[in-house]
Design a protein around this ligand. Structure first.
Ligand SMILES: NC(=O)c1ccc[n+]([C@@H]2O[C@H](COP(=O)([O-])OP(=O)(O)OC[C@H]3O[C@@H](n4cnc5c(N)ncnc54)[C@H](OP(=O)(O)O)[C@@H]3O)[C@@H](O)[C@H]2O)c1
Length: 403
């Protein structure tokens, strides 16, 4: 990517870090819209953000004086950024905002200014080490045994490319993108590095980043699983856990492929699941979908309580079981069960692919896939977002915006 693009972008904005004594009251948050506000344990508040010019900086400082708090320092932020980090596994409160080095794109990499991300079931599982039975050992090899190997969580981002390393084609500074970082994480920060070979796609033109980001985690996972099951028009698809991030995406993507879709969720979420296109809804509290004689071509389990052993009698010959959530036993049994029953068992999404994300964005652009957002939190309240995800009952995605 030509260097002058990068330099001209940098010349336009300067990132400032302003430190004040005391904790800035939350009622001022709207006044400083566009700044990341971190309330620190040392009883100071740090405001950080891009400022267009000196006049804008003076305006900002005048507003800060109005808060009545003492200004401690004003400095160009230099080569750091605010990130949500965690140094030990545990509950939502292990996550806090901190200044960390700002990454630089190497050859083949993009630097993205993150505008929005989500706290996903994967962030919860990783942070709390709450993984399905048997998977703690293999997941620890990637995520760390005693302390987190990746201190910044966040699998998905929507934001703007601000710099591109040598050899990157297809994206340039200024492009709005969405991306799936997968188990490399790093999305819960002001800036994230993407490899040009990652699942990156141009963001849908019509959607703000805070909505577009909610397409990514569920959408790309749903697409990756459905692609491996080759869903034909008219196929009967059942989605267990139809109201979560992956479930809401599976319902919509299967519907867009022409399937007849049954969604299993609590009764409280039936209106949502129906609004996404499900032809039939089942309340798991009162009805066991494996016990009513119905048969399906595809059964997707996003909960972890519908392994092949339970659903095999509900699958059509040659059907497919999609194990989105599964324990080690179910994953290990899959190849043998697939052979014995003559079915397809999909045990993972495989490597996340850009063309899958492009497919998802294209569906969103033609109104066939809408992001389902339970709640949106500002960056400074990311621990609250984690708390909500920990409940295990979110509807679609929990979005975090990074001003
Ligand atoms: N294999 C992979 O690569 C991969 C990728 C993505 C996600 N996952 C896993 O897939 C699972 C789903 O992810 P997600 O992001 O969709 O999670 P999520 O958004 O946290 O799912 C929450 C939903 O689960 C539903 N639920 C809870 N208990 C249920 C039950 N007994 N029956 C039916 N629905 C139930 C809740 O619906 P109600 O409130 O209606 O009960 C809630 O809407 C997670 O375990 C996640 O770790 C795996």
């Amino acid at each position: 990517m030509p260097g002058h693009h990068i330099d001209s972008y940098r010349a336009r904005v300067t990132t400032y870090e302003i430190r004040i004594a005391g904790h800035l009251d939350r009622r001022w948050t709207a006044t400083f819209d566009g700044m990341t506000i971190s309330r620190r344990e040392d009883a100071t508040t740090v405001l950080r953000g891009d400022v267009a010019d000196q006049a804008a900086l003076h305006g900002l400082l005048a507003q800060l004086r109005d808060t009545g708090l003492t200004l401690l320092s004003v400095a160009e932020a230099g080569d750091t950024m605010t990130a949500a980090v965690y140094e030990r596994f545990g509950g939502p409160d292990v996550v806090h905002l901190a200044e960390v080095p700002r990454p630089h794109p190497a050859a083949g990499e993009l630097l993205v200014r993150v505008r929005a991300t989500t706290v996903s079931a994967a962030d919860h599982r990783t942070r709390a080490r709450d993984v399905p039975p048997g998977l703690l050992l293999p997941s620890s090899m990637v995520l760390g045994f005693f302390r987190p190997r990746r201190p910044v969580l966040g699998m998905d981002v929507a934001g703007d490319v601000v710099a591109a390393g040598e050899g990157v084609e297809g994206f340039a500074p200024g492009d709005a993108v969405v991306a799936m970082l997968g188990s490399r994480f790093g999305g819960h920060a002001e800036y994230a590095i993407l490899k040009a070979t990652d699942a990156v796609a141009a963001a849908p033109g019509s959607m703000p980043a805070s909505e577009a980001v909610a397409l990514v985690f569920g959408g790309i996972t749903a697409r990756a699983y459905l692609r491996q099951a080759a869903v034909e028009p008219g196929a009967r698809v059942l989605v267990n856990g139809a109201s979560g991030a992956v479930g809401t995406a599976l319902v919509q993507l299967a519907k867009a492929a022409g399937a007849h879709v049954t969604g299993v969720s609590s009764a409280a979420n039936h209106a949502l699941v129906t609004s996404l296109g499900a032809d039939r809804v089942i309340d798991y509290a009162t009805h066991d979908f494996t016990a009513d004689g119905s048969r399906y071509d595809v059964i997707a389990d996003c909960v972890g309580n519908a392994p092949v052993a339970r659903v095999q009698g509900s699958l059509e010959p040659g059907g497919a079981a999609l194990l989105v959530a599964a324990d080690l036993g179910a994953l290990l049994a899959a190849p043998r069960q697939a052979r014995r029953l003559g079915i397809t068992v999909v045990t993972g999404p495989g490597a996340y692919r850009a063309d899958d994300l492009e497919h998802v964005v294209a569906l969103a652009e033609r109104g066939a896939f809408r992001p389902v957002i339970d709640r949106t939190f500002p960056f400074e309240q990311i621990a609250e977002a984690h708390r909500l995800v920990d409940g295990g009952r979110k509807r679609g995605s929990i979005v975090v915006t990074i001003p």
